[in-house]
Every structure is written in C-alpha cells, then in structure tokens.
Design a protein around this ligand. Structure first.
Ligand code: SAM
Length: 235
C-alpha cells in the first residue's frame, strides 16, 4: 500500500462545483464507515446473490467494475476467483480506493469508458447504475467493453426502504439518493432490451434484502431491498 499517493489535495472539499454527494468530501469521507455499520448483514447477502449469478458463466475470469467507489465490492471479486479493475467518476472516492484496492483503477465516466472493445470478460455495476443520466448509453458502452456479460447489483424500487429514503431526502436527511433513479428488475430489463436491440442474450435475476424475520433471504420475486441481475451475452 502506497500511502504517499494523493489523487486530490486534502483541502479540496468539492469537485468542480458539482452537487452530487460523490463530488462532496463531506459525504465521501464517511462512505466506508456507513457500510461498515448497519449495512454489513445486507452486504453479505448482496455478495452471495451476485456470486451465484456471475459464477454460472464460466467464461468470466476478469471484469471491469464501473462506479467502484471506495472498492467495497471491487476488492471482493478475487475471493470468487475473478480479477477486477475499477472505474469511477469521483476523485474523492478513488482517493480512498487507491489505498484499499491493489488492482488497477481508472477515473472516468461510465457513459464513455476509456477502453477498447472487448477488453474485459464482463462489466459490473454495483449500486451505481441508479445515478446514470443515460442508462441506454451506459449499457451499450458496457456491452462494447465487456465480452461475455454484464453484472448489475442495485437497490430495488419495490422496497419499503425506497419510501423511507425519499422521506428522509425530502427532509434533507439523506443526501445519497437525491439524483438517483430507482429500478425494479422489470424496469431494468426494459432498458437492457432497448440498449441491446439486435444482440442475443439471456437475463437472470434474484432479489435479496428481505427482513431478518423473513423465512427466505433471497428469491426470484421482485420484492426486497436489493437485486442482482446478470446479462449473458451470446452474440
Ligand atoms: C453508491 S456508490 C457505490 C460504490 C460501490 N460500487 C459500492 O457498492 O460501494 C456510487 C458510485 O457511483 C459513482 N458514479 C456515479 N456516477 C458515475 C458515472 N457517471 N460514471 C462513473 N461512476 C459514477 C460515484 O462516484 C460513486 O462512487
């Protein structure tokens, strides 16, 4: 770990006047702590669901994870035998990522990935797709840079937590979702179909993030706080 690397000056609080939370150090500096706390149990299930979906496609040995943030997921892929590279638009998130992850990282926008066609076996998006202004364009980019598959992990619109977040947000208590669009599995599938028109592919998804008292912790019914979705590219 090279602690001498600094991507942005420590005194810089905001990036280019942008309002999104990931361009404001006030929020990015506490991001890891936030996930270390009450989201720990949820994260275990999120990883389980993603692993089950991706490992079915044996062609995937490496991937590019865009919107990698501080690398909460990016540093985990190697545990399931996949070599990862991370990409993110936020210099504040990446300035933490370089100390937490030992693979390669790129600072770029998901709408224009600085890679040649078919550079990676797959392209993954974990709780980042909600922020994309032109989701069709991002999926086309991912299907250009990725060869075999596209991986999505995101908050589900069909969840009582979405209502709670919107209320918190209205009262200025939750900065994280102000610019976010929430998807259901079906809503995302519609966007994927539009983006990949003319390509051959299959789609599989699973929901998790069910209450602790619930007898199941993952299922293929579109309710739950989080869902994982895998697009297997066939042509
Ligand atoms: C909620 S965080 C998720 C980070 C990480 N994937 C995780 O699960 O902890 C969303 C991330 O998406 C990034 N992001 C938002 N818009 C982006 C874009 N257009 N291109 C690349 N990254 C973007 C943000 O900078 C932020 O790091």
């Amino acid at each position: 770990m090279n602690m001498s690397i600094e991507l942005v000056n420590k005194n810089l609080r905001n990036w280019q006047g942008r309002k999104e939370w990931f361009f404001n150090r006030e929020h990015t500096d506490t991001y890891e702590q936030w996930y270390e706390g009450r989201y720990k149990r949820a994260e275990v299930w999120q990883k389980k669901v993603i692993e089950q979906l991706v490992k079915k496609d044996e062609r995937v040995k490496n991937l590019l994870e865009f919107g990698c943030g501080t690398t909460r997921f990016t540093r985990w892929w190697k545990n399931i035998g996949i070599e990862a590279t991370g990409g993110d638009i936020s210099p504040f998130m990446l300035s933490q990522a370089i100390h937490l992850f030992d693979g390669d990282l790129v600072m770029a926008d998901s709408h224009a990935m600085p890679f040649k066609d078919h550079t990676f076996d797959a392209v993954a998006f974990i709780t980042t797709f909600e922020y994309y202004k032109d989701p069709v364009k991002v999926i086309r980019e991912a299907a250009r840079v990725g060869k075999h598959g596209l991986v999505f992990g995101m908050m589900n619109r069909n969840s009582p937590k979405v209502v709670r977040r919107r209320v918190q947000q209205a009262f200025g208590k939750n900065p994280f979702y102000v610019t976010a669009t929430f998807y259901t599995p079906q809503h995302l599938i519609n966007v994927i179909r539009e983006a990949l028109d003319g390509r051959e592919f299959t789609i599989e998804w699973t929901c998790t993030g069910l209450p602790e008292w619930f007898p199941l912790q993952q299922w293929s019914v579109p309710y739950g706080d989080f869902f994982g979705l895998y697009v297997k590219l066939l042509s």
